[in-house]
Design a protein around this ligand. Sequence first.
Ligand code: SF4
Length: 319
Amino acid sequence: MGKTLQVINTTLKGNKTIQLQDTDVSKVGLPKVRLNPTVGIIEIASGCMSECTFCQTKLSKGDLQSYRIGDIVRQVKTEIADGCKEVWLTSTDNGCYGFDIGTDLPELVNTVSEIPSDFRIRVGMMNPMYMPRIRDGLLKSFENDKVYKFLHVPVQAGSDKVLHDMKRGHTSETFRDVSKRFREKFGDFTISTDIIVGFPTETDEDFAETVELLKETKPEVVNLSKYSARPGTDAAEWDQVDVATVKQRSKKIFDLTNHISYENNKEWIGWSGNVLFDELTDDGIKGRNFAYKPIFVRDEVKIGQSHAVKITKATNHSL
Ligand code: SF4
């Protein structure tokens, strides 16, 4: 704090100053500006336990440091008292949350779900690598109505050889298993994943395996990125796939995932139920149902309100 004031004063006098320091202070409970009054974003840990060969985040965030469940619960209560209707539990990799402090993600989700208020929980991104360890506990935690039936598990590629070269610590089978089990148990469920095309060791055959995996598992949301070498990472030192091939592969996945999400979304036409309107977008106020499907309505709604709706139309990206 002392240094913050010092930096501000120096800057006001027109001088440039830099004061950086490593700290292991928990970020839960620190003052923040909430951009969306309906959503409380809560960081549950910093860093991760992996060393993916394409990743620069690891270089800046370092090793896993999980924050205490008690501190997180206190923060959730504060967000709800401030009017939030939804909390997002987020970190670099939620999958390994708690392993350094003798707990895990299912235990955290269970404890947060027990807070006796009317709110929803969105569990953020978790790598497939730790799924075998937490899967059964998480399937149980997701039974609670407060938890959105939504998982973000970035598989990155369909080829086990590429996953090995990425040092992801999981196989494509781990992702297949997760998709299958959560869909089997909960029926309507949103699986979101990430795909990188054009990783240095990705051959045409490897790429075909990614296409196959997507066709088979049909994830509702795919965040697609073209591989680009990040300085300081292992994969940046390897022979790179040529740009034209990366572009072609990216276009193919883009078209395929658009088709898959449209087919998935069409299934929702005729569905009726409650939607919490939680986000202001350029297209109006967006709502989410229990399966975290993005929904827009013609009528005027206010952010933070819940309404019963009926789905009449589907596009690639929303209902
Ligand atoms: S991509 Fe891998 S190394 Fe990078 S932050 Fe995620 S889990 Fe950690």
